[in-house]
Design a protein around this ligand. Structure first.
Ligand code: 13P
Length: 252
């Protein structure tokens, strides 16, 4: 039985004081989510990680939005895994479409980072998803399969089990044009079958999230689908009220 997961991706939003306010105000809702068997988390910017970690319920997952695959060295502007570990951060989002587009993050690079995270006993959240043009050409599955095969190449089944996948169609991100639950389930079911081909029966244990214009009023629809295990949420994860609405929708 896969545990449901709600992860808020704050992207480049919230200053440290705003992040602290959210952390302090989120305690009751984290308690509510945990008591209903749901994992909840947020992914603040690097400069907000420490304050969220220090001020939130310790059971709130606090994830970084990226990391470097090297432990240290001459990589100006980068953040390493040991730096995150010292703050108690053990989750990292990788391969988000915005990082692929604006920062040249490739599936090959994500593969290196995923291996480094797994070696450090951390939890990668690996994002995949197609552009509107790819969707309209009917090539979503081919595109996503390639991202999954390259991103998770060389992992053992035991390692693959530790990865969370997030399917986020680019055309649904921040547009208000969410994928229907049928489209989301169709692609996510396909991702699970691809994982089964790669890793065997553990595919049934791998959590796969949907992301793209998920809101308090539509999250429950996705959760009714067999292969969808939760959501990676941008805009609607920023305000406490809305985040609470997402948890309530997930609890059902
Ligand atoms: P929105 O929920 O704002 O569409 O963003 C989705 C996303 O990119 C989460 O990573």
């Amino acid at each position: 039985m896969r545990k449901k997961l709600l992860l808020g991706n704050w992207k480049m939003n919230k200053t440290p004081s705003e992040a602290k306010e959210f952390a302090l105000g989120s305690k009751d809702m984290v308690e509510y989510a945990i008591s209903h068997g749901i994992d909840v988390g947020v992914a603040p910017t690097f400069v907000c990680l420490q304050t969220v970690k220090e001020n939130a319920d310790p059971r709130l997952i606090v994830s970084a939005q990226n990391c470097n695959e090297h432990d240290h060295g001459a990589y100006t502007g980068e953040i390493s895994i040991p730096m995150l570990q010292e703050l108690g951060i053990d989750w990292v989002i990788l391969g988000h479409s915005e990082r692929r587009e604006y920062n040249g993050e490739t599936s090959e690079k994500c593969n290196e980072k995923i291996k480094a995270l797994l070696a450090a006993k951390m939890h990668p959240v690996y994002c995949c998803g197609e552009s509107e043009a790819t969707f309209e050409k009917g090539e979503t599955k081919k595109w996503v399969a390639e991202q999954i095969r390259v991103g998770l190449d060389g992992l053992t089944p035991e390692e693959a089990k530790e990865v969370v996948i997030a399917y986020e169609p680019i055309w649904a991100i921040g547009t208000g044009k969410s994928a229907t639950k049928e489209i989301a389930e169709d692609t996510i079911g396909f991702i699970r079958r691809t994982l089964r081909e790669m890793f065997g029966p553990v595919a049934a244990d791998i959590r796969i999230l949907y992301g793209g214009s998920v809101k308090p009023n539509n999250i429950a629809e996705y959760m009714s689908e067999e292969d969808i295990d939760g959501a990676l949420v941008g805009g609607a994860s920023l305000a406490l009220d809305s985040y609470k609405g997402l948890i309530e929708g997930l609890v059902g």
